[in-house]
Design a protein around this ligand. Structure first.
Ligand code: GDP
Length: 171
């Protein structure tokens, strides 16, 4: 048996941003059984698509599980960060989480590409991806390739383009 190591991508967001809906677009039928880490309610989903191994988890819960999810940073080759564009109130929380991620020792000195999905663009109250980028201060990310893609996870709009950008950065 050959030892295959697939590039690993982290897929994360606050809860209710559309993460599970996005995952369902990329999971093949045969992969639908996914691992749930039973540790005290912290759920991690893992699946593969096009030779990339995805690890998805939620950053909500007031950082209670921070140590558990930060454990995945070390071996990751790319990050997908999903934002609910219609959730203006929590954009500051998203920014706090993003800043913590970018400052983490396992992330800060590496040129890991980051894809942002400005999801739920179909909602009336949604901010544009330009406004999201400004709100999160993405222009300050100088040392990592990043891209923000508007998406509607319900229809799949924007998802493939975004992930294609990320996989090109990784390969
Ligand atoms: P998660 O908690 O981040 O995994 O979010 P979910 O995938 O469970 O989505 C939360 C809710 O938002 C669900 O009711 C989804 O149907 C809905 N949702 C997800 N993506 C979109 C989107 O792009 N547009 C709209 N209008 N609703 C969405």
């Amino acid at each position: 048996t050959s030892l295959q190591v697939h590039p690993a991508v982290i897929l994360t967001s606050l809860n209710n941003s559309g993460k599970s809906t996005i995952i369902n677009h990329f999971k093949h039928e045969e992969d639908k059984v996914s691992e749930i880490v039973p540790t005290v309610g912290f759920n991690v989903e893992r699946f593969q698509n096009e030779n990339i191994s995805f690890t998805a988890f939620d950053m909500s819960g007031h950082g209670r599980y921070r140590d558990l999810w930060e454990h995945y940073y070390k071996d990751c080759h790319g990050i997908i960060f999903v934002i609910d564009s219609s959730d203006r109130l929590r954009l500051v929380v998203v920014k706090d989480e993003l800043d913590l991620l970018l400052q983490h020792p396992d992330i800060c000195n590496r040129k890991i590409p980051i894809l942002f999905f400005a999801n739920k663009i179909d909602c009336k109250e949604s901010l544009s991806s330009v406004k999201i980028a400004a709100g999160l201060g993405l222009d300050k990310i100088m040392d990592k390739p990043w891209n923000i893609s508007s998406s509607n996870a319900l229809t799949g709009y924007g998802l493939l383009e975004g992930v294609e950008w990320l996989t090109q950065q990784i390969r």
